[in-house]
Design a protein around this ligand. Sequence first.
Ligand code: FES
Ligand SMILES: [Fe+2]
Length: 347
Amino acid sequence: MPFILNAWYVAAWPREVEPGKVLARTICNEPMVLFRDEAGQAVALEDRCCHRQMPLAKGWLESGTLRCGYHGLRFDGRGKCVEIPGQTSIPPRARVRGYPLVERYGWLWVWPGDAAKADPALIPAIFTRMDHPEWTPCGGTTYVKCHYQLISDNLLDLTHETYIHRSSLGNQAVVEHPISTKGDAEKVVVQRLIPDHDPAPFWKAMLHRKLGQHVNADRWQVIHFEPPANLVLDVGVTPAGHPRADGVEGCNTNAITPETEDSTWYFWGFTRKFGRDDAALSQKLVDTVANIFEEDREACEAVHAVMKRNAGRAVIDVNADQGTILARRMVAERIKAERAGTAQAAE
Ligand code: FES
Ligand SMILES: [Fe+2]
């Protein structure tokens, strides 16, 4: 079992599940089909017809029900068969698996594991600022051909900004300032503070936009990780010596969803307290962050390819890896506990 299955994962942005259209998406190796039911609610079913195993995503919607494109069985949003062409009786076993789905924090979350355990209260509240009245969100999706944990590793160790993002987020000050790392059974927090310095290009531009001049800044990076791979980064700069509210406060939200062992749906947002009514700024931020994450995508895919060729080969750790080590340990423990629970239930 390579993934934590008893967890909420972002499957899509609500805008991706368009009325009247089906969306095929694989989450943790589980092929799913997403669509909107009769009430307009997004739902997720297994992408496999219970008749002859045709992918249901090859079918079409009829008044919020999904018609299989092979022999025409029709299913409602819970996966129950409501029509078998040519016969009047519908056997109770004529149904496909439905996955719990909840819309929250601007995303559609699915639970690929045991549906009885799918408590919406377990959706990570660290994402609350994605639909908070004091914050303005924007965001996008990056599809990455790598194991999902390489992306959480990337976000937990921001020393890479100095090198991979040297034209935007990185400068020498990042790598020269140490991190502090804290962890417990539920989360990992990695913090780096960079006082009184000439800020990196992206932050320099954002601060100049607000102040109309270039000034030295205090910068903060506070990374919150919760398993399986949910990360919120509190980030920003303020004029040196000033409270954060005098500067530009941002929050980068990252919901990282495994597709397979070798591919990942990376849903990200950037929500801010500055320039809140500026739609052009939202678009500029989406484009800028997407470009920055393209640099991460290239790095993660390159690392993944080398790791595949070198399975089991040792690597070294450095001080900046404290967060990634704690996070990976936490995920491994969750998988172990889930596996033990599944084995116990099967006895
Ligand atoms: S495979 Fe779906 S109706 Fe036959
Ligand atoms: Fe990055």
